[in-house]
Design a protein around this ligand. Sequence first.
Ligand code: ZN
Length: 129
Amino acid sequence: MKLKGSKLFSILFIKCPQCHEGKFLERKVYDLSAFTKVRKSCPVCKMNYHMEPSFYYGSMYVAYALGVGLMVGIILLNLLFSSEFSFLRTFWMICVALISLAPLLNAWAKIIWANFFFHFKTEWKSKSK
Ligand SMILES: [Zn+2]
């Protein structure tokens, strides 16, 4: 399966939605000094990542969906693999997972949001010259 060129590649590796080569974030995901700050433009294909002011506010909807998905996943795992369902244990597992994965979920929310609007292009190299 060829992953590069698909939106999944851009999302999993948090790369530019257009060229799949340039970095999308200013710093690494767990570098909390610039909490999932998106670059102004792609360092490789020069695509502007901010098509309008406050563009990434919309990624909050995606972050919410990812958070709910994680919560449902943890509940299902608890129902499947534990002999007795404990509400309190499940609650704390969800809290720990959401807090420890918050930067990653936030970064994925932003790159998924960007992938709604920007698409992979192979012709960006010829245009940029
Ligand atoms: Zn790019």
